[in-house]
Design a protein around this ligand. Structure first.
Ligand SMILES: [Fe+2]
Ligand SMILES: [Fe+2]
Length: 376
């Protein structure tokens, strides 16, 4: 029996993937919101089976215990961060906008000082979305600890809760102390986090968070770390990435077992969810709030941004972990390669044969890498 997939309209709320009007219509209606309540719709599950059933997960748990670090004392918080200089230097290092590309657009009259000001807000915005995503991960892993039926996975998930608390701590502190505060959550990201939390099925929390959000974070942190000239940020990202690589591995190892045993109809829902998450994350990187803050109507600039080759490269790079991990889980090619075709449309399928993150975490280990830690 052939499984029928939902339409873009049903999954994304729009028919065309690149419908700019529809993308920009998703805005944050309550920017002063302090608390955001989401129903988590799931049963907490005890297991009385304490035997070791999944050695790969237990190995990850042991690894995690030995890889804890202290966000308050292991990072060089006394590093001075001159945000104007960081943005100027990073800009020269290809982490930012190629302003010449925008010469004929509505921001064609911006001078260097204006781009600098915009660059600072753009960086604050980006780091703030990481901060909010980290909080999403904190709540998701607390949920997984409750909902996953496997003892070995509960142990590991609890370790990850501690990791995520530390990530929220360090991103929050970095923004507060060095970048004069954080930006409100982007609506596309919030919609995605809401969807992940609301789903009652325990594997969906894993898929949304461990595979999609954390897969993207691992790639984005790596990209930023490679290009930034700011030593404290670089050090912080290095520590966080060592944890994130384990988190993605946790998702890959757990879901492989589950998805191998699923029917095509069950897997269809997972493919659609992965697609929805991929699009929401792509949409958020249009950073519409930052343009608005600087007096630019996103409708005038986003079409130009979408044509910018440096941004296109950045967008694609975000999927370097997600695509091979989806392949490993069988999500790309089940049901007549439905997700493969979606990733083709998004222009990211070329990453399918890169290394998946099931074992890759060892490479990110702080102890195992000879590379010196900045500030240490
Ligand atoms: Fe994290
Ligand atoms: Fe994580």
């Amino acid at each position: 029996m052939t499984v029928t997939h939902s339409s873009n309209q049903e999954i994304l709320g729009r028919e065309e993937l690149d419908d700019i009007e529809a993308i920009l219509a998703v805005t944050n209606t309550d920017v002063d919101e302090i608390e955001h309540i989401v129903k988590d719709n799931a049963d907490a599950l005890f297991t009385w089976d304490y035997t070791l059933a999944r050695p790969a997960l237990r190995k990850l748990y042991e690894k995690s215990k030995n890889s804890q670090w202290n966000g308050a004392t292991d990072l060089a918080w006394d590093t001075p961060v001159d945000i104007e200089k960081v943005i100027a230097d990073d800009q020269a290092n290809a982490l930012g906008f190629d302003t010449e590309f925008y010469a004929d657009s509505v921001v064609g009259n911006w001078d260097e000082a204006k781009w600098q000001e915009f660059g600072i807000d753009q960086r604050r915005w980006m780091l703030s979305q990481f901060l909010h995503g980290e909080q999403g991960a904190l709540l998701c892993t607390a949920k997984i600890t409750e909902t996953v039926p496997w003892y070995d996975a509960k142990l590991y998930a609890a370790q990850q809760v501690v990791d995520e608390a530390r990530h929220v701590e360090v991103f929050g502190r970095y923004l507060e102390e060095k970048w004069e505060g954080n930006f409100v959550v982007n609506s596309h990201l919030r919609m995605l986090l809401d969807d992940i939390i609301e789903d009652s099925r325990w594997d969906m929390t894993y898929l949304g968070m461990q595979i999609m959000v954390e897969g993207l974070a691992l790639a984005a942190f790596g990209f930023m770390r490679q290009l930034t000239t700011e030593p404290l940020l670089s050090q912080m990202l290095r520590y966080v990435m060592a944890d994130e690589a384990r988190h993605v591995a946790f998702g890959v190892l757990s879901l492989k077992e589950v998805y191998d045993g699923m029917s095509d109809a069950e897997l269809k829902d997972r493919q659609e969810f992965a697609y929805e998450a991929a699009v929401r994350m792509r949409d958020r990187f249009l950073s519409q709030e930052v343009w608005e803050l600087h007096g630019v109507n996103p409708r005038d600039i986003v079409p130009v941004v979408l044509q910018d080759p440096t941004r296109a490269l950045f967008q694609q790079m975000l999927f370097t972990k997600i695509v091979p991990n989806c392949k490993k889980l069988g999500l790309l090619d089940r049901n007549e390669s439905w997700l493969r075709h979606r990733f083709e449309e998004m222009g990211v399928i070329q990453f399918e044969d890169l290394e998946d993150t099931g074992e890759e975490y060892a490479k990110f280990d702080i102890e195992a890498t000879a590379e010196p830690v900045a500030g240490a």
